[in-house]
Design a binder for this molecule. Sequence first.
Ligand SMILES: N[C@@H](CCC(=O)N[C@@H](CS)C(=O)NCC(=O)O)C(=O)O
Length: 340
Amino acid sequence: MDLRRIMMGAAAALLGGLGAAQAGPTLDGVRARGQVNCGIHTGVAGFALPDSRGTWQGMDVDLCRGLAVAIFNDASKVRFVPLSSSTRFTALGSGEVDVLFRTSTQTMLRDTTLGLRHVTTYFYDGHGFLVRGDLNVQRVRDMGGATICVLQGTTNEQVTADYFRSVNVPFRPVVFERTDQAAAALQAGRCDAFGSDASQLAAVRSTMPTPAQWTVLPERFSKEPYGAYVRRGDEDWFELVRWYTTAIIEAEEQGVTRANAEEQRRTSTNPNTRRLLGATPELGQSLKLDPAWALNVVRAIGNYGELYDRHFGEATPIGLPRGPNHLWTNGGLMYALPMR
Ligand SMILES: N[C@@H](CCC(=O)N[C@@H](CS)C(=O)NCC(=O)O)C(=O)O
């Protein structure tokens, strides 16, 4: 640790001791600016896509809005910054955005080499392939010589190459910058398959002119756990984003919904629920937020299950089964660390 950091830490400790609500530099900057700058996808249904009125919609988009609510109790205090896969991490590193909620897989080398930190998993996925339904392949390894569309700067580029190399089957990659370009190339027959995370393939399929003609093959070739990313060196901001994400899952675990959150705060006798919703103030205080931060978040965007259903559930064109994104109590992997 360098001297400047030690001095800054000592100064912060002193201020803390005097009772000043000094937060880390990112939260202070966000508050001074009056909005969170949130890096999102350039356009994929389910995670981030503008609707017919040009309003961004999707799980990543709502996670950005919810973060604004946790800080300002105002979902409009967010600026969405669409970023391609290959520019997202440099945009975060340079300070153009405060956080990424951008379909970003958490990997060891991203964590250890980019000067960034991934936070905690909010979506479990895996790499798959989208193909024309009449292509008639049972297994991807039977696609020798195929042309495969992938997106630049994604894990999917490497996973595709690793897989075909591991089974010693040749393929030809065609690399694009944006999802819509890859989808158009697939549609036009310029590639035989599109390799990406299965959720995004389901989303792309749902926005094709004739979805029924397209199939996401059932094999999965990697683990793609999505997490928010923040810059290194601001522990307070890291903690805020981590416990904010956790609170949304915890709300579902406790049966706190958009509709009942307010009432639960008033009437619940469960100490965990009372803490989560700010009937007692310690969680909010520890993050330098209003005691009602998590209550406000759930009222604004819902708990994790509500968020999933709204953007990926049966009633959406994507209709993606929840699978590993179910709560751990329901056979899935979503497990909130204890909030106490
Ligand atoms: N999970 C992958 C990225 C998944 C992803 O975002 N893939 C496509 C969408 S299918 C993409 O990069 N799109 C770029 C764009 O349209 O900006 C990663 O973290 O590298």
